[in-house]
Ligand binder design. Structure first.
Ligand code: SF4
Ligand code: SF4
Length: 214
């Protein structure tokens, strides 16, 4: 199971300055989706938003491709696309919109319990602190064999990963994507990516006394 939670308010308000087109994914009914919180946050900021689409199953690339044609003129006018979905939905949109910044409005957390299998290439480890806004919509945790957060290990050869030569180096993909968006330095426009485990545990309502094994 997974859960999507809104990123903090200040971060989303900054994203709204980009005159975005907003996409909300309502595919997985069993996944908590923070609809009311999103509405509350967008209220009063309508003038900054080019348009809003409420879609389902963004993770299904063929569907998303069709949806995008319906909104293409609004998307063209926008400065970015903000996607409220799990990490897979954001990655699929980023892949389909190569000349547009595609930004995540939510963090995706892992919950205990059964989860269905996805047939998509994009993958999300539900890390609880989504980095896609800094890495061009490509997940460094799943696209890089070592899950590196701040750049490549230096071992790639001809664009292939030193750990799994049959797969592309995730960080080369990120670099190319950022270069295409005219952002060449992942740490220049953003912070150094450090995972804050404490915040993630706090968000999920854990504390020192109920973490498993303690
Ligand atoms: S950074 Fe990757 S693993 Fe973490 S929430 Fe985003 S897509 Fe999922
Ligand atoms: S070669 Fe690229 S994908 Fe492979 S571990 Fe190094 S940085 Fe990650």
């Amino acid at each position: 199971m997974l859960i999507t939670k809104l990123k903090n308010k200040e971060e989303i308000l900054l994203l709204l300055e980009k005159k975005p087109f907003i996409i909300k994914c309502f595919g997985c009914k069993e996944v908590y989706f923070p609809e009311d919180e999103i509405e509350e946050l967008l209220k009063g900021n309508e003038s900054k938003i080019i348009g809003v689409a409420r879609l389902d199953y963004l993770c299904r690339e063929e569907f998303s491709k069709l949806y995008l044609t319906r909104y293409s003129s609004q998307i063209k006018k926008s400065g970015a696309i903000i996607v409220f979905s799990c990490g897979v939905g954001v990655q699929v949109l980023a892949k389909l919109c190569i000349d547009k910044k595609v930004l995540a409005g939510c963090d995706t957390y892992s919950l205990d319990g059964f989860q269905g299998l996805s047939v998509q290439n994009a993958n999300c480890e539900q890390c609880g602190e989504c980095y896609l806004n800094y890495t061009g919509g490509i997940c460094p945790l799943t696209a890089c064999s070592k899950g590196l957060l701040n750049g490549p290990c230096g071992g790639a050869k001809n664009g292939k990963c030193e750990v799994s030569p049959e797969m592309d180096c995730g960080w080369e993909l990120i670099y190319k994507r950022l270069k295409g968006l005219k952002i060449e330095n992942v740490t220049k426009e953003s912070k150094v990516l450090i995972r804050n485990y404490k915040r993630i545990l706090d968000e999920l309502g854990y504390n020192k006394n109920n973490i498993k094994g303690e």
